[in-house]
Design a binder for this molecule. Structure first.
Ligand code: AMP
Length: 281
């Protein structure tokens, strides 16, 4: 496994592979890797000849009061883990390499960013779409793998690639969970022992939503939302950021539930904001 820090080195190494006609798979990450990330890398490895990942905590997708500074980092461990799943190249630029000067050009994806995390994290998807465009231009992958854990992100990237004719195929990989069902996340490390117990409320709420829709035949979004809200609030340390129930493609809320429907949650457990989702079919 090779590790490079500059765009020039990444382009040079990948250019040689492309010249040989090899198919390039790419997984962008912010590091502090866990099994969720590794599953994406394994999928990329299966679907392409060479597997490239990036490790870059992108400042432009964090709001001023968010956790950019304290975002967990452990490069040594990340390199060992990515090596263990057969990654061929790690691109890990410094902020100065990606943003040598403040940028004046941004990629914004409209409508799809109005709800869910777009609403509670203004500017977040503008930062994501821009950095992913930059990474796509540097790596020039044939395929790129993103996790369903960040469902809205996948929809935004898919739409961006379509609208801007970026020649890359976007693949969505399933959510990898801890034994009790908590979606794996680098941010889970922020949770205290007691908060960790409450963090299971997201997964449990998704299961409850599924049961209420599929078995109890609940039809009104408002009714489902109220029940999920009460359920989540029955866990200590929780504060709901949003409960979204709506169209899985357009990411618009619907007043009555028709399948398939996306149930997506963002919940603060203590000060840690956790997200999870399921498309109920
Ligand atoms: P991040 O490092 O949080 O930016 O995540 C990098 C990629 O890993 C994104 O495409 C995420 O959706 C994906 N990812 C994060 N957590 C999980 C998980 N538990 N299961 C599957 N994919 C995940």
């Amino acid at each position: 496994m090779e590790v490079v820090k500059t765009k020039a080195e990444a382009k040079q190494k990948i250019g040689l592979w492309k010249k040989q006609g090899l198919k390039i798979g790419f997984v962008p990450t912010m590091g502090y890797l866990h099994k969720g990330h590794l599953s994406l890398m394994e999928l990329s490895k299966k679907r392409a000849d060479k597997s490239v990942i990036s490790i870059f905590v992108n400042p432009t997708q964090f709001g001023p009061s968010e956790d950019f500074e304290r975002y967990p980092r452990d490069i040594q461990r990340d390199l060992e883990l990515s090596n263990s799943v057969g990654v061929d190249l790690v691109f890990m630029p410094e902020v100065k390499e990606m943003y040598p000067e403040p940028i004046k050009t941004w990629v914004t994806v409209e409508d799809l960013t109005n709800n869910l995390c777009g609403k509670s994290r203004p500017g977040h998807f503008k930062g994501v779409a821009t950095v992913v465009t930059k990474l796509f231009n540097i790596i020039q992958p044939d395929i790129a793998v993103f996790g369903q854990k960040d469902y809205q992100q996948v929809q935004v990237i898919k739409r961006m690639v379509r609208d801007l004719d970026i020649p890359v195929k976007i693949i969505m990989a399933p959510i990898v969970r801890e034994k009790d069902g908590l979606a794996m996340s680098s941010r889970n490390t922020y949770l205290s022992k007691e908060e960790r117990k409450s963090a299971i409320c997201l997964f449990k709420a998704l299961n409850l939503a599924k049961e209420l829709i599929k078995e109890k035949g609940i039809k009104k979004t408002k009714e489902l939302k109220d029940q999920l809200e009460n359920f989540i609030h029955s866990f200590p340390f929780t504060k709901i950021d949003y409960i979204f129930i709506g169209d899985p493609e357009e990411l618009t809320e619907t007043s009555s539930i028709t399948l398939p429907t996306l149930v997506a949650l963002a919940v603060y457990v203590g000060t840690t904001r956790l997200i999870d989702n399921e498309v109920i079919t």
